[in-house]
Design a binder for this molecule. Structure first.
Ligand SMILES: *Cc1c(COP(=O)(O)O)cnc(C)c1O
Length: 460
């Protein structure tokens, strides 16, 4: 008999609810409307979100029902496989058992469709005709383009300019689905024009693209605004990943001691780890959760916990989170999806509360790990996912050094088939190992609003 390496579930095993960690945490700090200095109200949220998403955003319910049409679309690629990385274990000669949950099987190659499908569905129900959004590396834009096509809606995507140039095929994919993709900063919006006036060569940032998408949305009522990471409802939708993984670990008759995920806005990491963290908070088994972030955009490891805007122009409410400052423009390293200045507030919260650790890793070491992984396991990871692989391998090597057998689970958030330019540059020796200098961080930090709020009351 061959050693089992793949744990598959049946379509019928796709969970029927998403999990909300807020049910098992003390009250979260509410987002603040900077104009009123008060928590954002439901009415204010209604400008950008349909009712069911507002419900989820504010919810302290443990379970949210997954609408049947969404589950039907999930069934196209879900449940996603959980693999035991036996060949990588052998290569590392480690006593650790390494598993990875592979989200690259989704139609656009990452975990992003898990929430895209849900958000597009709710906007369609609310009577919207189309969607507008921002994208970093293009993964989110592709997921929205695909979901919009499935629900017969239009999609317009503001894509961070450096990625637009580095990843022309992501744009082609979006266009194939029928979406319009615009490099950001663009001359189409006041926010984009302001950035271009100050720096015509601006590489763009997720914050700038978000400002542009929000501005475009504010001018057209028939469009829904959707966002790819960080928000509570997005993190909730992604918990389909971790819930499936828990069922798959039952099949494997094992349980992770360590869960690792890469962190941009925190959605795939939260999606994988929150169901395990929730079980722990409700008295279940202990688990170490580790966020792996790039040293070039070290939000969790070197950011400040403060109320700050989610975008660069200050259109969003203020969220209490780890932030490098909303004026931060990250260097142009390759993990485009990990370039956000701020972290999802719930991920920030569990880091602050000591329920999650964070480690910053440099780019070349991530690609070193990715090459080992690819040659052993046969899957080419997205540049973002390489951060999780690096940390998982480091943990496996620690187990080896300590002569200790532990179970390590990491999130393989996507494949890298559209990111081969990054691999090409790695092999050409062109990647630099940017670690941000203190001065750049100090300057970015000055864009964090000075006023502080200490409100533990929920929005009503
Ligand atoms: C977008 C993306 C990420 C980062 O986003 P999170 O919200 O932090 O998960 C990571 N991996 C892949 C493949 C992505 O597309």
């Amino acid at each position: 008999m061959v050693d089992r390496i793949k744990y598959l579930l049946d379509e019928a095993d796709i969970p029927s609810t998403w999990y909300n960690l807020a049910a098992d945490l003390p009250p979260l700090h509410p987002p603040i409307n900077p104009a009123t200095g008060r928590p954002v109200t439901r009415d204010e949220m209604a400008h950008t979100m349909p009712e069911p998403i507002i419900e989820q955003e504010l919810s302290t319910e443990r379970e949210w029902e997954i609408p049947e049409p969404v589950r039907q679309i999930y069934a196209q690629w879900r449940p996603s496989p959980l693999f035991r990385a036996r060949r990588l274990e052998a290569l590392l000669d480690t006593p650790a058992r390494i598993y990875y949950k592979y989200e690259g099987v989704a139609p656009t190659g990452s975990h992003k469709p898990n929430t895209a499908v849900a958000q597009v569905y709710y906007n369609k129900q609310a009577g919207k005709r189309g969607l507008v959004t921002e994208t970093g590396a293009g993964q989110w834009g592709s997921a929205i383009a695909q979901s919009a096509a499935m629900f017969d809606m239009s999609a317009k995507v503001y894509m961070v300019k450096v990625s637009f140039i580095q990843k022309p095929y992501r744009r082609s994919l979006m266009e194939t689905f029928g979406a319009v993709c615009v490099p950001s900063p663009s001359p189409e919006t006041a926010a984009g024009r302001a950035v271009l006036a100050a720096d015509p060569d601006s590489p763009g940032s997720l914050g700038i693209a978000t400002s542009e998408a929000l501005e475009a949305h504010s001018k057209d009522d028939s469009l829904g605004y959707v966002l790819g990471s960080a928000a509570n409802h997005v993190l909730g939708h992604q918990t389909i990943i971790g819930q499936e993984a828990m069922l798959q670990f039952e099949l494997a008759d094992d349980y992770p001691d360590i869960v690792v995920g890469c962190a941009g806005g925190g959605s795939n990491l939260a999606g994988l780890s929150f169901p395990f963290l929730g079980a722990k908070l409700r008295g279940g088994r202990d688990v170490r959760v580790i966020a792996a972030e790039p040293a070039a955009c070290p939000t969790l490891t070197r950011g400040t916990i403060a109320y700050d805007y989610g975008d660069s122009a200050g259109f969003t409410p203020l969220f209490r989170m780890h932030t490098l400052g909303h004026g931060f423009v990250p260097p142009t390293f390759h993990a485009g999806g990990l370039r956000a200045h701020g972290m999802g507030q719930m991920v920030s919260r569990v880091v602050e509360d000591g329920l999650m650790e964070a480690i910053a890793v440099t780019q070349k070491r991530c690609f070193d790990a990715a090459i080992q992984f690819t040659r052993a396991e046969g899957i080419l990871p997205a540049p973002e996912s390489t951060h999780a692989i690096r940390v998982a391998i480091d943990e496996a090597l620690r187990c080896k050094a300590e002569g200790r057998s532990q179970t390590i689970l990491f999130g393989l958030s996507g494949h890298g088939h559209f990111d081969l330019t990054a691999y090409e540059r790695y092999f050409a020796g062109d990647l630099d190992d940017t670690v941000l200098d203190e001065e750049t961080l100090r300057q970015a930090r000055q864009s964090i609003p000075e006023q502080t709020w200490d409100l533990t009351r929920s929005a009503t």
